[in-house]
Design a protein around this ligand. Sequence first.
Ligand code: SF4
Length: 347
Amino acid sequence: MSPLSRIEQFNQLFPEIQAFRRKQFVEVVFQPTFRSWKDVSVFSKEMREKLDASIPWMSVKESVVKQSAKMDTVKALLEVEGGSMIETVLMQNARGWWTICVSSQVGCAMRCTFCATGKMGLTRNLTADEIVDQYRYWVDYLQMHPELPNRITNVVFMGMGEPMSNYENVRETLRTLLGNTDLGQTRITVSTVGVLPRLETLMNDPLWPHVRLAISLHSADAKTRKEIVPTSYDDFIPKLVDWSQRYLEKFGNRRHHLTFEYVMLKGINDTAHHAKMLASMIHKIGNIRVNLIPYNFTGGEFSTSTSKTVHDFFQYLESSGITVTRRRTMGEDIDAACGQLYASTNQ
Ligand code: SF4
């Protein structure tokens, strides 16, 4: 893998180049009508040829693409430098446009027991170019499929990997996307299992763009959470409460709430006791939204909560004054639903 980013390779290739050309270099890769360096007419022929011979236009390469029967979800298996595979998903959102789900690592070290990616272990972090290029890949895909709506309005970091364990590259990706696309801060969500040292860092990091954050909580009961998220620990819940209080005090407003993600696992975290624990935890914090996620089968010992249980859990939280939503399941037939991403070429 080249240790240099795309822009560093450019600087090495053209050490004497004017600053405006560097800016152009960063911008042109986001032009949907350009599909290779040869198309970049703002550069001289000589420059285009040099770029074409030296710097790949994309750092990800399409391997397998699957569309759901409903045509509302597309999953792509992409090859990155070194031959590793990652997955990224295009999902139609409520407004009829697209949300993309990007991966931040090849595999993941967190081993969440309901998650297919967790079974892979961690191979490596993705570079910022490799994360940005998942967005560019989908822009290109939509250009090639004029029958589909052609706008990506949201990006969620909910694919393979734990974004906070790849902090610098995720931060660089956020800055690049916000600076070069029409995505605003409230249209991007970074989802984390709750790596508290990194969450502390971002709170005081002037370079961290304050996009939306979602914490994969899955249980407010420490023992149950540890069964679902093995990297959790005894005092995680009080520490998360403390961090969330300080975060919301600093950034909280209508644009910056926090979301707790909660995958509904039958008989594990969906009882009245768990609903009560969750409500009590949230009441200590304030502006938290809860997103209940149906469990998508990944071959393990879990099964999804019944509709009645989900309904009762939802009602309990709502009647306790908590904003709660239920995520639609999409792409289950192509293993693109939440927790099902597992990069393999045998698909
Ligand atoms: S749920 Fe997220 S953090 Fe947990 S193993 Fe899967 S990818 Fe990693």
